[in-house]
Design a protein around this ligand. Structure first.
Ligand code: PMP
Length: 377
């Protein structure tokens, strides 16, 4: 007899990461295509080596559960007090923790016309980050997907209208993964003014360092000013630490305390903490890398437009090709040409997301895109 699994899991897709194809150029997961900075590599090596009896940080010891040195460094880097900060095992873990602190099935609301209570709801644009519906369903809450506008932006009016008495959390992803479109500061402020102040609003700023729009919302300032706002950030993208899993949130102290309660103990490992502390001190070295990505984003966008593709303006380290039914065929074509990209072939909002890599990697992708069979596009 097989084990009785939770019935909710039957409906739950597993998270599908970008494919790693041996030998191919990987432009599928929005990573930074640069080697680690020497200071970061040294910090990791130092943390491995430091296993003396009095050492706090060797890999034979548990990591610092509160990540004190990292929070101190984040505080210096952001100007946010340590009491408003928490670090997690990637910002995806913090997404899960955020849903867990507000949306438990035990808080379902009785409904007048139905014997079934109304489960807590989590609202987000769609498409947006693939993990939002997954972490929502794991918590036993209902995902509410609000379609993007025709120009691939979050539809803030429709999202505000989707709020019900059961809404507990709203994810605003800006720049939005996978479409790259970004919200302006006034639009975010107006949205925050329009939703109930007991609903948690998470501004997911995973790609903020690549956003060169006027009027970029400042998640840190918003989270310090409004008790229901959380800014979510990661060192996986701009800081090039995707393999080490470090994210952080900025929020009111009561939200931070709740997030600590649902954290898996010691989830943020010693090497990740050491690398993150070192990387946060290297912004001067990292800035030219970010600038290259931004310049390459423009070059790739212009080249794709010239090839006849539709490309919404991106403020992230990737571009979006809304190829709908052709998405899977385009992705397979690129993979044949030695470049892995990320296809999303759902009926509602299918497309292909292509990470901006180094110039030669982007050239390989553009060559593949140019040879895609245009008749069927
Ligand atoms: N938020 C967004 C919008 C993302 O695109 C991602 C990664 N794809 C994450 C959060 C999670 O990143 P990580 O867990 O690596 O910090």
């Amino acid at each position: 007899m097989s084990v009785q699994l939770r019935s909710a899991l039957a409906e739950l897709p597993a998270y599908a990461p970008g494919r790693n194809v041996p030998g191919a150029i990987k432009l599928a997961s929005n990573e930074l295509s640069f080697p680690p900075l020497p200071a970061v590599a040294d910090a990791i090596a130092g943390a491995v080596a430091d296993s003396s009896a009095t050492a706090q940080s060797g890999v034979n010891r548990y990591p610092d559960n509160g990540a004190a040195a990292l929070l101190q460094k984040l505080s210096e880097a952001t100007g946010v007090p340590t009491g408003n900060l928490i670090a997690g095992c990637g910002s995806v873990a913090l997404c899960q923790q955020l849903v867990q602190i507000v949306a438990g099935a035990e808080d379902a609301l009785p409904q007048p016309d139905s014997p079934d209570p109304q489960l807590p709801e989590v609202v987000f644009g769609w498409r947006s980050f693939e993990a939002y519906p997954i972490v929502t369903q794991i918590a036993g809450a209902t995902p509410v997907r609000v379609p993007l506008t025709a120009d691939h932006q979050l539809d803030l009016d429709a999202m505000a209208q989707a709020v019900t008495p059961a809404t507990r959390l709203i994810f605003l992803c800006s720049p939005n993964n996978p479409t790259g479109t970004a919200l302006s500061a006034p639009a975010v402020e107006a949205f925050l003014d329009s939703v109930p102040s007991d609903v948690l609003v998470v501004l997911d700023e995973a790609y903020r360092e690549f956003n060169r729009a006027d009027n970029v919302p400042d998640g840190a300032a918003l989270a310090l000013a409004r008790p229901n706002v959380v800014a979510l950030r990661t060192l996986s993208k701009a800081y090039g630490l995707a393999g080490l899993r470090v994210g952080y949130a900025i929020a009111a102290p009561d939200v931070i305390a709740a997030l600590s309660k649902v954290a898996i103990p010691f989830a943020l490992n010693t090497l990740a903490q050491a690398a993150a502390v070192a990387a946060l001190g290297q912004c001067d070295e990292l800035q030219p890398r970010w600038d290259e990505v931004v310049a390459e984003r423009k070059r790739v966008t212009d080249a794709l437009l010239a090839q006849g593709y539709q490309v919404p303006p991106s403020q992230a380290n990737f571009v979006w090709l809304p190829l709908e039914d052709d998405s899977a065929r385009f992705s397979a074509h690129c993979e044949q040409a030695g470049v892995t990209v990320r296809g999303f072939s759902h009926a509602n909002g299918g497309g292909v997301r292509v990470t901006i890599g180094r110039p030669d990697e982007n050239d390989a992708f553009l060559t593949a895109a140019a040879s895609f069979d245009r008749k069927e596009r």
